[in-house]
Design a protein around this ligand. Structure first.
Ligand code: SAH
Ligand code: SF4
Length: 417
C-alpha cells in the first residue's frame, strides 16, 4: 500500500509540479520519507534516517515525512526534527502537490476522503499494477494502529476501479493487484449487489487482463461465494494471503479478530480442496499479551495443518492508541524471540518439500526481472519465483515453464511455449 501511495505522490509531483525522480539524495530538491507505523522499529528508524538526509542534502532542499508515522506523530515530528518541512498523513496524500510549498504544514486528518480523488498516473512496474480498491479499516484488532492512521474504511467506487484497470491493460499491464486492508469486505457501504466477488467478476471480463491478485483479504469475510469464485475463475491467481495472527481461539478473541481456530482451519481447508495447487501465505504474531505455551502450541498446530507456503512472522510490538498496550499480561521479550525462532524453524522443516513437490509441474510465468548469466525470473500463477534461460525480450511475457529443480526459495525450469 505504501508503494502505491508513493507512486501516487510521484505522479502528482511529476505532472503538477515538474519534479523528476532521482536516487541521488545529494542532488534532490525534495526528499520524502514514506513511513510505516505498524511496528515500533520503523518509527525509530525514521529519525535517524531524516537526520542523515538533513546532513547530506543540498542547501534549501526540502524534507517531507509522509505515511502512517506522519499521521500518528503529527507535529511532534517537526518538534523533534525542526528541519522537516512538512508532515503528510497516509490519508492525505492527494494534498502532496500543495503541501510541499507550505513550510511547517501538518496534514494528518484521518477523516479526509481520498477515495475518489483522481491521482495522476505513474507506475514503477510496466507489467504489474497495484490498484487501490479501498482506503482505511473499520476493524479494531487490539494490537493494530492502522485504523488510527488510515481512518475509516471507504470503498473506492466500482467504475473508478474498472476504468483504472482498463487503462493499465491498454498500456500493457498483464497483472493487477487489488489493494486494501480487508479487500474482501469491499462494497460494504456501496450498493447492495456490489461486493468483492462481484468486483472480481467484473474485472475478469476485461479484455487483455491476464491475472488478478489481491491483498489482504480477512479470514472473517471469506464466504463460500468468494472462495468458489477464487477457486474457479482462471484470471484470479491461485495464491491467497490468509492472516492467521494466532492459532489460539482465546488469543484470537483478545486480539478481536472475530474468528476462531476452527473457523480459520475450515476456510483454509476449503480453499486447499477447491483451488488447484493454491499457495496460502499468512501473518503470525508471537508474544501477544497473555500468549501461554498452549496458545502458542495452537499456532504451531495450525501451521502444521495448513503448511503455509510462506509465513510473515512478527514479534508483538506495543503500539500507541491500541487497547493491547494496556493489557497487563505482556510477554517477556526473550520468550517472544524464542517463539519467533520456532515459527521460522517450523516453516523451514517443510518448505524444502513444498518446493520439491513442484518439480515436474508446468507453470505459466509472468517474467519481470533479468538474472545474471542469461537467466530471467518471474512469478507463477501461485506466486512462486520461477527462473529459466531467457533475455530481456521476454520481460512482460507469460510463458509456460517446466520445473526441473528447486533452489532455497525458487524453482528452476525449461521454457516450453
Ligand atoms: N489488514 C491486514 C493487516 C495489515 S498490518 C490484516 O488484517 O491482515 C500487517 C500485519 O502486521 C498484520 O497482519 C500483523 O500480523 C502485523 N501487525 C500489525 N500490528 C502489529 C503489532 N502491533 N505487532 C506486531 N505485528 C503487528
Ligand atoms: Fe489492523 Fe486488523 Fe485492520 Fe488488519 S484488519 S489493518 S490487523 S485493524
Amino acid at each position: 500500500m505504501n508503494v502505491r501511495d508513493s507512486e501516487h505522490m510521484i505522479a502528482e509531483l511529476k505532472n503538477k509540479k515538474d519534479y523528476e525522480q532521482t536516487n541521488n539524495i545529494e542532488e534532490a530538491d525534495l526528499i520524502m520519507v514514506n513511513t510505516c507505523s505498524v511496528r515500533d522499529k520503523p518509527v525509530q528508524k525514521l529519525f535517524s534516517e531524516i537526520g542523515h538526509f538533513n546532513k547530506i542534502k543540498k542547501k534549501d532542499a526540502k524534507i517531507g515525512v509522509c505515511g502512517c508515522s506522519a499521521t500518528h506523530l503529527g507535529k511532534d515530528i517537526i518538534k523533534r526534527a525542526p528541519f522537516v518541512d512538512f508532515v503528510l498523513g497516509a490519508r492525505n496524500i492527494s494534498k502532496i502537490s500543495n503541501i510541499i510549498d507550505r513550510k511547517g504544514a501538518v496534514e494528518i486528518d484521518i477523516d479526509h476522503d481520498d477515495s475518489s480523488y483522481m491521482f495522476d498516473d505513474y507506475r514503477s512496474n510496466p507489467y504489474k499494477a497495484f490498484i487501490n480498491i479501498m482506503i482505511g479499516c473499520d476493524k479494531s484488532c487490539a494490537y493494530c494502529i492502522v485504523p488510527f492512521t488510515r481512518g475509516d474504511e471507504i470503498s473506492i467506487p466500482l467504475d473508478i476501479i474498472i476504468n483504472e484497470a482498463k487503462k493499465v491493460v491498454r498500456e500493457g499491464v498483464k497483472e493487477i493487484c487489488l489493494l486494501g486492508q480487508n479487500v474482501n469486505n469491499y462494497g460494504k457501504k456501496l450498493d447492495k449487489h456490489i461486493n468483492f466477488t462481484y468486483l472480481l467478476q467484473k474485472l475478469s471480463e476485461i479484455d487483455g487482463l491476464k491475472r488478478i491478485r489481491f491483498t489482504s483479504p480477512h479470514p472473517l469475510h471469506m464466504d463460500d461465494e468468494f472462495i468458489e469464485e477464487f477457486a474457479k475463475n482462471p484470471i484470479i491467481c491461485s495464491s491467497i494471503h490468509m492472516p492467521l495472527q494466532s492459532g489460539s481461539t482465546s488469543l484470537l478473541k483478545s486480539m478481536r479478530r472475530g474468528y476462531s481456530k476452527k473457523w480459520f482451519l475450515d476456510k483454509a481447508f476449503k480453499i486447499r480442496d477447491l483451488a488447484k495447487d493454491v499457495s496460502i501465505t499468512t501473518d503470525v504474531i508471537v508474544g501477544f499479551p497473555g500468549e501461554s505455551d498452549e496458545d502458542f502450541a495452537d499456532t504451531l498446530d495450525v501451521i502444521d495443518k495448513i503448511r503455509f507456503e510462506q509465513i510473515f512472522n512478527f514479534k508483538y510490538s506495543k503500539r500507541p492508541l491500541t487497547p493491547a498496550i494496556d493489557y497487563d499480561n505482556q510477554i517477556d521479550d526473550k520468550i517472544s524471540s524464542q517463539r519467533l525462532t520456532r515459527v521460522i524453524e517450523k516453516h523451514k522443516t517443510y518448505n524444502f518439500d513444498i518446493l520439491k513437490d513442484k518439480i515436474g509441474s508446468d507453470y505459466e510465468t509472468l517474467f519481470d526481472a533479468i538474472k545474471p548469466d542469461g537467466y530471467i525470473s518471474g512469478k507463477s500463477d501461485n506466486n512462486f519465483t520461477v527462473i529459466t534461460k531467457g533475455d530481456a525480450s521476454l520481460l512482460g511475457e507469460i510463458k509456460t515453464v517446466h520445473i526441473k529443480d528447486r533452489r532455497k526459495n525458487s524453482l528452476i525450469g525449461n521454457m516450453l511455449f
